[in-house]
Every structure is written in structure tokens, then in C-alpha cells.
Design a protein around this ligand. Structure first.
Ligand SMILES: [Zn+2]
Length: 56
């Protein structure tokens, strides 16, 4: 039940035109994926994820 919600949480879409970022949760409430500016091309981005990378 909560798996789907968990899978999209944290995913952020960014409008390629105006750069507005909308969370997947917000988009899920809309009838279609669309930016507030009217543009429908959004790219999927991820919020900064902390990874333990060692610079050698
Ligand atoms: Zn936009």
C-alpha cells in the first residue's frame, strides 16, 4: 500500500524551460504532468543523495 508512495517520494521533476521543480507527489495530484508555466517537458531529477565516495 505504501510501497508506491515510498518509491516516488524524493523524486523531483524539473521543468526544462523555467527550471521550476515539482515533487512527484505534487505531480501525482495533477491530471497530467505539466509545469505551472504550461510546459510539459520535465526532466526527472534526484535530490542530492549522500553517498560515501572516497576520493582516491
Ligand atoms: Zn516551467
Amino acid at each position: 500500500m505504501s510501497e508506491k508512495t515510498a518509491s516516488i517520494s524524493g523524486v523531483v521533476y524539473e521543468c526544462v524551460r523555467c527550471g521550476t521543480r515539482v515533487s512527484a507527489e505534487e505531480l501525482a495530484k495533477l491530471p497530467e504532468i505539466k509545469c505551472i508555466c504550461g510546459y510539459r517537458v520535465l526532466k526527472k531529477t534526484r535530490p542530492p543523495v549522500v553517498k560515501q565516495l572516497k576520493a582516491v
